[in-house]
Design a protein around this ligand. Structure first.
Ligand code: IVH
Length: 692
C-alpha cells in the first residue's frame, strides 16, 4: 500500500479506477447475486479511501465513482409496510381424503348438507405480493413478510410490465390486489445460462430466482429479469364490488391483471377431484412451476361466515402434489437435541436429488419409529419430501441390506451434555434432563426466542446464536438486550482492560451489520403479549395457544401471577387448552430459573397488553361466555368463532368468572350450574343480538 500523503497523481488515478471497479463488482455480488464477497468493513474502507483520494485530486473524480452514485442501493434494506389486512398463508393437505375432510368440516361448520362450490386454482410456486391502488393509481407494493409486516417493494413491482400502473373503469378508491410473482421456466433457464457464462450465481429453481430478482434494492436489476405475475385475491378494499371469487376474477381481468387461465369453478367434490387430476397431467407442460391446487369457497358471504384460524382461512386450503421420492443409503444416524430436550434421531444420507432439491438428511422421529421401520446404518432407503416438510424415510429396501449393516442403539444419556435422557410413560420421545445446563437445549431455546413468530430479531440467525453461545457472548435471552452496552467496553476500566465485545471486528462483520443488529434488537423492545408468551418456548405452546392465553388473560401480570400460583383450572377452563398442556404451562412457571430470566428481561422490554385483534367492539368484548346445548341457527364452531371475533373469551366450563351462558336445546348440567351461581343465562337469539 502507499501513503495517502505522498501519493502521486498517476497512482491516484490508478487507485480510483481500481476502487470503482472493486465496489461495482462487490455491489453486483451483493445486490444481484445475494452473495457478498467483501465484508462490510472492507467495503467501508474502500469507500473511505476513495473519498480521501478524491479530496486530494478533485479533478480525477471518475464518472463512475462510488461517491457519485445517486440512489445507490441502501445497505439497510427495504422499508417496512404494515398490512392493514394480514397476508395469510394456507393450510396444506396431501390427499383427496384430506380434501374431503376439509370440505365436510366446512359443511359441519355451516350446518349444511348442500354442495359448496369451490373456485379451484393452480398454486403458483413463487412469492406473494400485494399492490395497493388509490383512485386507480398504483401507489405501494409489498412482500408478505411475516404476514403482518412486509417489505416495501413498490419500485421493484413497478418494473413488472404485467402489473397495471393505472386501472380504469369501476374501481374502488382503495384496492389492494394480491397475487404471486414468479419467473417462467424459460426465463429461469435463460437467466441461469447467462449467469453461468458470466460467472455469476446460478439459482436452484425458478422460485429462488424470482425471489432473488424481486428483492433487489436496486430496482433496475429487477427490471432486467423477466418477472411475471398472477393476481388471485384482495386485501383492503373501500368497496367490495363482487360477491364471489369468480366475479372478482372477472373484475381483475377487466382491470388488466393476469389471471390464471386454468382457474375453474367446481360445484362438487367430483369436479374438484377431476380438476386436480387434470392439473397434475398438464403440470409439466405449463410455462411456470406450480406445486399444487388452491381451493377457495366461491361465495364470499360464506367465506365471511367461515372466517379464519390463527394464520389461515377456514374457507381455503392448498392441496399439494404428492411427495417426490428417491432411493439412497443411510451413512450414519445421529441424535439431535431440541429446545425441550427431545432427542431426535436424524439420518445422514448419501446426498440425492429429490424433485430438484439435494437432500442429505432425513428425520427418523423417535426410537419406536426406527424399530418399526427396522432402519439400520448402511441400509438403502426410499426417502420423500413434500413441500417444505423435512425429508422422511418411507421404507427400507430389505433386499438391498448389506451384511455389515449396523443396528442403531438409542442412547440413554444426552450426547450433548451427558445428563440422563429419560422416556416418560406414554411418551414417544426420550428427553435430556439437563435443562438449560445442556448447551443444545440452551441454544435451541435462544433460537426459538429470536425466531420470526417469537421476538422476531432479524440478524440473529442460527449460526450467530451458536457462535455467540459458545463464546459466552449470549447465554440467556437477557444477554441479547445488553449486547450493545457490552459491545463498546469501558475505556476507563484500564485495570480490567475491558475493551468490549467489539463485534464489528468479527470476521465477516462490519460497523453497518453491527448497527443493523442493534437496531433490530431495539425495535423489539415493545413486544405483543402473544409473541412474548410464544417466545418463552413452553412445551406444547405454539402460536395459536399463545394467542388464546393472551386473549384470556389480557396482561402479562395476570397470566404470570396465576401461573405462579398454580391456577391450573383457569387454563383448563379455556376452550382449546387441555389438561396436559395446562400442566406443562404451570410447570414452566414453577422453575425458578425461568421466573428469574423473565424478571430480568422485563427490565429491558415492555410486554404490551393484549387489546387489539378484536374485530369490533360489542357488548361481549372482554366477557367470558360458555356455550351449552344444541344451537339451532349455527354450529358450535361458528358460534365460538363469532364470539372470539367480537372480543369475548370462550370457556369450556361454567365458573364464577363466567359472564354469560348461552343455552341451546337440551342444555344440561352447565345450565343448572349457571343458575346456581346466578350467572346470566341467555338464548341463542340474545347472543346474536349482542354481537351487533
Ligand atoms: S390465496 C387467504 N391463491 O400460496 C388466501 N395463494 O400457502 C391467500 N399461492 O402465501 C392465498 N398460488 O404465496 C392463493 N392461487 C393462489 C395461490 C396462492 C400460490 C401462495 C401464496 C400464499 C401461499 C399459501
Amino acid at each position: 500500500m502507499f501513503d495517502i500523503s505522498t501519493i502521486t497523481e498517476q497512482q491516484a488515478k490508478e487507485e480510483l479506477e481500481r476502487i470503482a471497479k472493486e465496489i461495482a463488482k462487490s455491489d453486483t455480488a451483493y445486490y444481484q447475486n445475494d452473495m457478498p464477497y467483501l465484508t462490510d468493513a472492507e467495503y467501508d474502507k474502500l469507500k473511505h479511501l476513495n473519498a480521501e483520494i478524491e479530496k486530494k485530486f478533485p479533478h480525477l473524480i471518475r464518472e463512475d465513482s462510488p461517491s457519485k452514485r445517486i440512489g445507490a442501493p441502501l445497505q439497510s434494506g427495504f422499508g417496512k409496510v404494515s398490512h392493514r389486512f394480514p397476508m395469510l398463508s394456507l393450510g396444506d393437505v396431501f390427499s383427496i381424503e384430506e380434501v374431503e375432510d376439509f370440505i365436510n368440516g366446512i359443511k359441519r361448520f355451516l350446518n349444511t348438507e348442500k354442495d359448496i362450490p369451490f373456485l379451484c386454482e393452480p398454486k403458483i410456486d413463487g412469492l406473494s405480493f400485494t399492490a395497493r391502488y388509490e383512485k386507480g393509481a398504483f401507489v405501494q407494493g409489498a412482500t408478505r413478510g411475516d404476514g403482518s409486516v412486509g417489505e416495501d417493494i413498490t419500485e421493484n413491482l413497478r418494473t413488472i410490465s404485467q402489473l397495471p400502473q393505472k386501472i380504469e373503469g369501476s374501481v374502488p378508491d382503495v384496492l389492494e390486489v394480491r397475487g404471486e410473482v414468479y419467473m417462467s421456466k424459460a426465463d429461469f433457464l435463460a437467466l441461469n445460462q447467462k449467469n453461468e457464462t458470466e460467472g455469476k450465481k446460478v439459482f436452484a429453481n425458478p422460485r429462488n430466482a424470482a425471489a432473488g430478482s424481486l428483492r433487489q434494492l436496486n430496482a433496475q436489476i429487477t427490471k432486467e429479469r423477466n418477472l411475471s405475475i398472477f393476481a388471485y385475491t384482495w386485501g383492503e378494499v373501500s368497496e367490495r364490488l363482487w360477491t364471489t371469487q369468480e366475479e372478482f376474477f372477472n373484475h381483475l381481468k377487466n382491470w388488466g391483471f393476469p389471471v390464471n387461465p386454468n382457474n375453474t369453478l367446481c360445484p362438487t367434490i367430483a369436479d374438484i377431484e377431476t380438476f386436480f387430476q387434470n392439473l397434475m397431467e398438464i403440470r409439466a407442460g405449463l410455462a411456470y412451476d406450480i406445486d399444487g391446487v388452491v381451493y377457495k369457497v366461491n361465495d364470499i358471504a360464506l367465506q365471511e361466515r367461515l372466517g379464519f384460524l390463527t394464520r389461515t382461512p377456514r374457507w381455503a386450503i392448498a392441496h399439494k402434489f404428492p411427495a417426490e421420492q428417491a432411493v439412497t443409503t443411510i451413512n450414519n444416524i445421529r441424535i439431535q437435541v431440541g429446545r425441550t430436550g427431545a432427542l431426535t434421531p436424524v439420518a445422514d444420507l448419501e446426498p440425492v436429488n429429490v424433485g430438484g432439491v439435494i437432500v442429505s438428511h432425513a428425520t427418523l422421529h423417535n426410537e419406536d419409529e426406527i424399530r418399526r421401520k427396522d432402519i439400520r446404518i448402511g441400509d438403502s432407503v426410499i426417502i420423500q419430501r413434500a413441500g417444505d416438510v423435512i425429508p422422511q424415510i418411507v421404507s427400507v429396501i430389505k433386499e438391498k441390506r448389506p451384511i455389515d449393516s449396523v443396528d442403531f442403539v438409542f442412547p440413554e444419556i444426552c450426547p450433548q451434555c451427558g445428563a440422563h435422557a429419560i422416556r416418560e410413560e406414554d411418551e414417544a420421545v426420550r428427553r435430556c434432563t439437563g435443562g438449560l445446563t445442556c448447551p443444545a437445549q440452551a441454544i435451541e431455546r435462544l433460537k426459538h426466542f429470536v425466531s420470526r413468530d417469537a421476538m422476531d430479531i432479524e440478524g440473529l440467525g442460527s449460526k450467530i446464536i451458536e457462535d455467540f453461545y459458545n463464546e459466552g457472548i449470549i447465554k440467556s435471552p437477557v444477554d441479547i438486550f445488553t449486547l450493545e452496552e457490552r459491545n463498546s467496553g469501558n475505556e476507563y476500566d484500564l485495570f480490567n482492560q475491558n475493551q468490549g465485545l467489539q463485534l464489528e471486528k468479527r470476521e465477516g462483520w462490519g460497523r453497518k451489520s453491527v448497527e443493523n443488529l442493534f437496531s433490530a434488537i431495539k425495535s423489539r423492545k415493545n413486544i405483543s403479549l402473544p409473541k412474548f408468551i410464544y417466545a418463552l418456548g413452553i412445551r406444547q405452546v405454539g402460536t395459536a395457544t399463545a394467542r388464546l392465553i393472551a386473549q384470556n388473560f389480557n396482561t402479562w401480570n395476570n397470566f404470570a401471577q396465576d401461573m405462579i400460583l398454580q391456577e391450573t383450572e383457569k387454563l383448563i377452563s379455556i376452550d382449546g387448552i387441555g389438561e396436559a398442556m395446562a400442566k406443562d404451562i404451570v410447570e414452566f412457571f414453577q422453575e425458578k430459573h425461568n421466573i428469574q430470566t423473565i424478571e430480568q428481561l422485563k427490565k429491558y422490554i415492555n410486554i404490551e397488553d393484549f387489546a387489539d385483534k378484536i374485530n369490533y367492539e360489542t357488548q361481549l368484548s372482554g366477557k367470558t361466555v360458555v356455550f351449552t346445548g344444541t344451537l339451532t341457527q349455527m354450529t358450535r364452531a361458528e358460534a365460538k368463532a363469532k364470539a372470539l371475533a367480537a372480543g369475548a373469551k370462550v370457556a369450556g366450563s361454567v365458573s364464577k368468572s363466567t359472564d354469560y351462558v348461552i343455552i341451546g336445546a337440551d342444555a344440561g348440567s352447565k345450565a343448572t350450574k349457571a343458575a346456581e351461581l346466578g350467572i346470566n343465562i341467555i338464548s341463542e337469539d340474545d347472543f346474536l343480538k349482542m354481537l351487533i
